[in-house]
Design a protein around this ligand. Structure first.
Ligand code: TYM
Length: 350
């Protein structure tokens, strides 16, 4: 089947949306609107996979769902031309997950590094949902037959699993797929990860070897999209560096994770390459570079923070956008689910 190109991606409403989410994912969501039909999802069902201490309980979940939506809109996603909605409003995500649960293999899920990291040592006590997280993610994407998925580097393994699930479904049901008129047997596309730009893995400001993360105990490890100018300045000034001046060539960043990270952030925010940034700042001290980085961050992020604040203050407006997006998403999802159920052999009303 010739697949129409379609973009799908998601962000969890687990609070502390940060610069890594913005540069690794949301900036690319905005760009892809120019060339593709896009579906952007606030994955509230994924948020439940960790303990209530992580997702914060029902009131926080609703608040964070609206905040992620606000971030999408403030960053420049157009909910009229494209689709913005929250996952739990479209039942197909859960339905397709069940079918995929019976396609995916336990061995595949056991290899997922994110599960190992998040479950930690107490694996017996992790939720079944946390283990199944990547299957729900595959269902998110394939429910819409999406072909391109913009994500940060940390999601690469999950995207590979989505491709494996799509391929195994196509193989397992090959005869039925053909019998339903799809001559080449390709019912689900194999989705392509789009991991692009100089900041696909933004690191902690306190430790250049650790990923910037929503769950880091230190707020100084990340720049939140809701931080004000003073907080951004403080966090960047305190960011860990090393005693050497900045290198003049990109190669010189290889063994210097903190320098590499800050140069990568500068490059991504200014739309330039790391080498171009080093042509301006290489050979200089971190203090001058940090001043320029503070200025750049504030210029780029302050308008987003203030627009987010404005939107979050009007939950009725945000909810209406999510409902409208869910209605449009559901139409695509339901048509695909009918075909999927027919292929699987589930009897339904004619
Ligand atoms: P989440 O909410 O953890 O992350 C959202 C996006 O932000 C990216 N990201 C980063 N990029 C660069 N540097 C970082 N430090 C950093 N931290 C996070 C993530 O790679 C992601 O793109 N599992 C997904 C949510 C999801 C999804 C999907 C994505 C659910 N279903 C279907 C794509 C397609 C996640 O990591 O969310």
């Amino acid at each position: 089947m010739a697949f129409v190109e379609r973009v799908f991606s998601g962000v969890q409403p687990t609070g502390n949306l940060h610069l890594g989410n913005y540069l690794g994912a949301i900036v690319n969501f905005v760009k892809m609107q120019e060339t593709h039909n896009c579906i952007y999802c606030v994955v509230d069902m994924h948020a439940l996979t960790q303990g209530i201490d992580v997702w914060g309980g029902p009131t926080e979940l609703a608040r964070n769902t609206r905040e992620v939506t606000a971030a999408f809109l403030a960053a420049g996603i157009d909910p009229k031309k494209h689709i913005v909605f929250n996952q739990s409003q479209v039942a197909g995500h859960a339905e397709l997950t069940w079918i995929f649960n019976c396609v995916a293999r336990i061995g595949w899920l056991s290899r997922m590094t994110q599960f190992k990291e998040k479950a930690g040592k107490d694996r017996e006590n992790a939720s079944v949902g946390l283990y199944d997280y990547p299957v729900l993610m595959a269902a998110d994407i394939l429910l819409y037959h999406a072909t391109h998925v913009p994500v940060g580097e940390d999601q690469k393994q999950h995207l590979e699993l989505s491709r494996d699930i799509a391929q195994k479904f196509n193989n397992d049901f090959a005869d039925s797929i053909r019998a339903h008129g799809i001559a080449d047997g390709l019912f689900f596309p194999l989705p392509e990860p789009m991991i692009t730009g100089p900041a696909t893995r933004v690191m902690s400001l306190r430790d250049g070897t650790k990923k910037m993360s929503k769950s880091d105990a230190s707020d100084y490890s990340r720049i939140n999209l809701t931080d004000d100018a003073d907080t951004i300045a403080q966090k960047i000034r305190k960011a860990k560096t090393d005693p050497e001046p900045l290198p003049t060539e990109e190669k010189g960043l290889e063994t210097r994770p903190e320098a590499d990270n800050l140069v990568g952030i500068f490059a991504a925010l200014s739309g330039r390459s790391k080498q171009q940034v080093l042509s301006d700042f290489g050979g200089g001290q971190f203090s001058a570079f940090k001043n320029a980085l503070v200025e750049l961050c504030v210029v780029k992020l302050a308008p987003i923070a203030s627009e987010m604040k404005r939107l979050v203050a009007d939950p009725g407006h945000v909810d209406a956008i999510l409902v409208d997006g869910a209605n449009r998403a559901r139409e695509i999802a339901e048509a695909n689910m009918v075909k999927t159920k027919d292929i699987v052999g589930f009897v339904r009303k004619a």
